[in-house]
Design a protein around this ligand. Structure first.
Ligand SMILES: C[S@@+](CC[C@H](N)C(=O)[O-])C[C@H]1O[C@@H](n2cnc3c(N)ncnc32)[C@H](O)[C@@H]1O
Length: 312
């Protein structure tokens, strides 16, 4: 079974994978880096295609990194821990499940092993409202209980294939800028930062306790330039907004847009296509059709290759 994300993550890229992979350089990369890895959908897709010699995964979220480290070195104890979570939770009444959720949510992770910490994250991710991971200003997970009839808390098959994929990865808690410093000519990096908000009130940047504001977006755009000078291939996704277009339009980046259908939403205003920017510090591949993923194209998605910002 090909590996895939083990958690549902806000901003997850599963639906956009084919369009994104088509925009990466062709061939096999010496190092593939994903400094905002989140659910790491792209990493898992590339690992299944053996597209890199080694990978570097990082995220600011220490709970998430603990989970990946546990999958990498202790997958059996992690599976056993999740089996216990699942058995305990599913045999309870709904009221007791709710209590169980809030008890686990309140646990301090300070002295937990990676297995304990990772299992707690998966349990909360599978049982919380909407499967989101969001933290408050103190860095504490604060999503409420979600009422699911039979949440799948343990998926051993997905964890075991992630274990295989993560064998060649270095995984750490880091700011993106620490990762970009380590990359050398020929390496490939995909940045999927918290997005520029679509509106002033629509900001969702609280995956970890530090928000990702305009300064951080600008710092990241600067990093793309310095990576280009060092001949590192960098690709970045962002929301398509006036401010994000302005950030990349004048600096010699190659900017294209991709579209994906949103999942059905009960809120009418949130239905329809989402448009996202894909920014690279290298020219687009001649043929974006030689998709390395052995899957039929997703009929829900279509690509537009309008070059918005290329000045070269
Ligand atoms: C859009 S999500 C990534 C989604 C991911 N590509 C996926 O497929 O699920 C952004 C991630 O960036 C992380 N993050 C936020 N600020 C960061 C920073 N300064 N450095 C590194 N990671 C950061 C968040 O914790 C979050 O997991």
């Amino acid at each position: 079974m090909a590996s895939r994300s083990v958690v549902k993550w806000a901003g997850g890229k599963t639906r956009l994978l084919e369009q994104l992979v088509a925009r990466l350089p062709a061939g096999r990369f010496p190092t593939y880096a994903e400094p905002f890895c989140g659910g790491a959908a792209m990493f898992f897709a590339l690992a299944a295609e053996e597209r890199f010699d080694r990978a570097l995964l990082a995220d600011k979220n220490a709970d998430l990194v603990a989970l990946y480290l546990a999958i990498q070195t202790d997958v059996d104890p992690l599976i056993e821990r999740l089996r216990k979570y699942s058995d305990t939770h599913l045999r309870k009444s709904e009221e007791k499940r709710r209590e169980h959720f809030y008890k686990v949510r309140a646990l301090s992770t300070a002295k937990m092993s990676n297995v304990e910490r990772g299992a707690r994250l998966v349990f909360l991710n599978k049982t919380c409202f909407n499967g989101l991971w969001r933290v408050n200003a103190a860095g504490l997970f604060n999503v409420p209980f979600g009422t699911y009839a039979k949440p799948r808390i343990l998926n051993a098959e997905v964890l075991r294939s992630a274990h295989v994929a993560l064998a060649k990865a270095t995984i750490r808690v880091a700011d993106f800028s620490d990762i970009t410093k380590e990359l050398v000519a020929g390496d490939v990096v995909y940045f999927d930062p918290p997005y520029v908000p679509l509106s002033k009130t629509a900001s969702f940047t609280a995956y970890s306790s530090d928000a990702f504001g305009a300064d951080a977006q600008a710092r990241l755009a600067d990093d793309l330039i310095s990576l280009k000078e060092r001949q590192v291939f960098a690709m970045l996704s962002n929301a398509s907004t006036v401010s994000s277009r302005a950030l990349y339009a004048t600096r010699g980046f190659h900017v294209t847009t991709i579209r994906a259908k949103r999942s059905i939403n009960s809120d009418r205003t949130k239905r329809g296509d989402v448009e996202e920017l894909v920014v690279t510090n290298f020219p687009a591949r001649e043929s974006a059709h030689a998709l390395p993923l052995h899957r039929a194209p997703d009929p829900r998605s279509s690509a537009s290759t309008a070059d918005l910002g290329a000045t070269e």
